[in-house]
Write a protein that binds this ligand. Structure first.
Ligand SMILES: [Zn+2]
Length: 425
């Protein structure tokens, strides 16, 4: 048993009787394992420096002899070079726990404004549990806020949610370095089985430094009688996790699609019913309106009361796409005083309106419903405010009023409009 004042034999893991060949072989293996090129941990670089110093001394017969003759540490000026600190296992950047199979991942969430879509990355070294949470969170944000931008909102939302649900954007080169750091960290902690098992997964690394270091490490541990086992794969693709993210992001568009489907199913019912009524045309379902004919421009659809001597007039210019149905309602009782039809790009009037206060509503669309009192694809609006119509008299004349409204384009319309529910029309 000789002296080892600076721990040279210990740090190379060789005996005092080791041959030059043995020292060279061990050094080559350790130099690969701790090489700074494949170890980002500064403690690995420190270890690399120490084994290099030990090697330089023990490989030279004269220096080795001198070192062997040194009796105690006190005869050496410098402190022992053996670093106290060990290479740390990689920690999850989210839960801060050491994780044997870390991954560097990027998850992206999509947030849209009307004409702008923004993609926000969340990146870090994650354990598999935290990665699942991060992926779900990013996809939930996208599901809520990603859809609404034109045109990139839906495109990016779908793209990023699928990527998140498949595990996020990976960087295999970084992951292999992280695993290698773990192989070394568990080696230093005496967990040879885990170290060897991790090394087994890195033998086919595309990084030549890592793959050769991994096989050196395996050789060293096998020589100690350690047989690696396959480690539990905790990054396996999880279908429930994938499905939950897809389901979450499909929910909103699903509701929209369902309402479109129900709407078209309703149309089909009408057309089927109509084809049954019209004899001789069994093959071709045709939408037949119960109101017999398409209304013409200016046609009065409903009217309350008899012809008045002094009455007011409401004129509507329809500059919108599609036809319009105009309803004049008593502002207190909400009874319809009159309804009339204004064809696309046309102008029409109704002139039998008594004194009173009114609201004017209109429905706009291209597909008239079966009762001709609305549109299947209608939008419903109301001109702002109450329209007061009153007859003025003087000694010679009676003065009545005419109100003129313009429908769309909204920017050029003469009066502000409010959107209303179809049921309120
Ligand atoms: Zn974690």
């Amino acid at each position: 048993m000789g002296n080892d004042p600076r721990g040279y034999y210990h740090s190379l893991g060789v005996s005092h009787e080791a041959s030059i060949e043995q020292i060279k072989k061990t050094y080559r293996a350790l130099a690969k394992i701790y090489h700074p090129d494949i170890n980002d941990d500064p403690k690995a670089a420190e270890r690399f420096r120490v084994i290099s110093e030990a090697y330089d001394t023990l490989i030279d017969p004269e220096l080795r002899k001198k070192y062997d003759e040194t009796n105690t540490v006190s005869e050496q000026d410098a402190a022992p070079p053996e670093p106290k600190a060990k290479v740390n296992p990689v920690h999850c950047s989210s839960c801060a726990k050491p994780t044997a199979q870390p991954r560097f991942l990027v998850f992206r969430s999509v947030v849209s404004y009307i004409f702008a879509t923004q993609t926000n990355p969340t990146s870090g070294i994650f354990c598999s549990q935290c990665a699942k949470k991060k992926a779900l969170r990013a996809s939930a944000i996208s599901a809520l806020f990603g859809w609404w931008g034109v045109p990139w909102g839906p495109i990016n939302t779908i793209k990023e949610v699928i990527r998140n649900s498949l595990g996020g954007e990976r960087s295999p080169e970084i992951d292999e370095k992280l695993m290698w750091q773990n192989a070394v960290a568990f080696l230093e902690r005496g967990d040879y089985l885990l170290s060897a098992s991790i090394a087994t997964k890195l033998i086919n690394s595309t990084d030549k430094g890592i793959s050769s270091a991994a096989s050196e490490l395996l050789d060293l541990l096998r020589a100690q009688g350690v047989e690696p086992r396959s480690i539990k794969q905790n990054w396996r693709f999880s279908f429930p996790n994938f499905a939950s993210q897809i389901a979450m992001v499909s929910f909103l568009p699903g509701v929209v699609a369902a309402s479109i489907y129900l709407d078209s199913a309703q149309n089909n019912q009408i057309s089927t019913f109509s084809s049954g009524n019209s004899a001789g045309s069994d093959n071709e379902p045709v939408i037949v309106n119960q109101c017999v004919d398409m209304p013409t421009n200016g046609e009065v659809l409903s009217e309350m009361g008899s012809k008045l001597e002094a009455s007011h007039k409401i004129t509507v210019e329809n500059g919108s796409k599609g036809d319009a149905i105009v309803k004049i309602k008593d502002s207190l009782s909400r009874n319809t005083v009159a309804a009339f039809y204004v064809a696309e790009k046309s102008k029409a009037s109704f002139d039998n309106i008594p004194d009173g206060s009114y609201v004017v509503q209109f429905a706009n669309g291209t597909k008239l419903n079966s009762t001709c009192d609305g549109f299947l694809d209608g939008t419903y609006s109301q001109f702002e405010g109450h329209q007061k119509l009153s007859t003025q008299y003087d000694s010679t004349s009676i003065y009545t009023q005419e109100l003129v409204f313009t429908l769309f384009p909204a920017l050029n319309g003469n009066i502000d409009i409010d959107t209303i529910k179809a049921a309120d029309f």
